[in-house]
Design a protein. Structure first.
Length: 207
């Protein structure tokens, strides 16, 4: 799993030049539609992995980069070439190599992020790793509004009291991650079903 690299850069470097969200080309319906599981229509990002594979310089990552997409953000990450060194602290060596990659590719990543945001209407974040050392650069932390009853709040408070999380919001993120780890296939099937519903909806008449 990628760990965020905190306190080094603001969103400008990783996400381009601050275009408005939903900055991609609008179709005849625009991005908005009332109701549904998704509050705003966005350009399809079904081909995002292929687009980034073709757009990224071939010497950045070893093999095909990993591209993950949600409604707000695209995260592009990949493995860097291993560092051959006699230094014993391999973690520090890998961390330094990742930092060098981050600095050396900064300008080009901003340019690619701008192109991707115009195409897909989402921000772009980046990551890199060498072996066990994986780093996710500055990325979005999206607030989620929710209403929890007391028993649910008590679950979060138990995680906080036990030191698993530092706050209710962190405890909620921990719980979501735990559910995701145990329901990967079910969530994948659900996303596929929702994608089919969206395709059928776009085939309907314009109002």
């Amino acid at each position: 799993m990628f760990h965020p690299e905190a306190g080094q850069d603001g969103p400008t470097e990783e996400h381009g030049h601050g275009h408005r969200r939903g900055g991609g080309p609008r179709g005849p319906r625009g991005f908005g539609r009332p109701g549904g599981w998704q509050q705003a229509d966005l350009p399809s990002a079904d081909d995002a992995a292929a687009w980034f594979t073709g757009r990224l310089p071939s010497d950045w990552y070893v093999g095909t980069p990993s591209v993950s997409v949600d409604r707000e953000e695209i995260i592009v990450s990949g493995e860097l070439p291993p560092v051959e060194t006699p230094v014993e602290d391999s973690t520090a060596v890998a961390t330094g190599r990742i930092s060098r990659f981050r600095e050396d590719t900064r300008a080009e990543r901003v340019k690619i992020a701008d192109e991707a945001e115009a195409r897909y209407g989402r921000k772009v974040a980046w990551g890199a790793g060498i072996g066990e050392t994986q780093v996710l650069f500055t990325h979005l932390s999206v607030p989620v509004m929710t209403r929890l009853r007391q028993p649910e709040r008590q679950v979060l408070d138990t995680l906080v009291d036990a030191g698993v999380a530092r706050s209710r919001s962190e405890a909620l993120a921990w719980a979501v991650n735990l559910v995701g780890q145990h329901t990967d296939q079910w969530l994948a099937d659900l996303r596929e079903a929702m994608s089919e519903v969206d395709k059928l909806r776009t085939q309907g008449p314009d109002l």
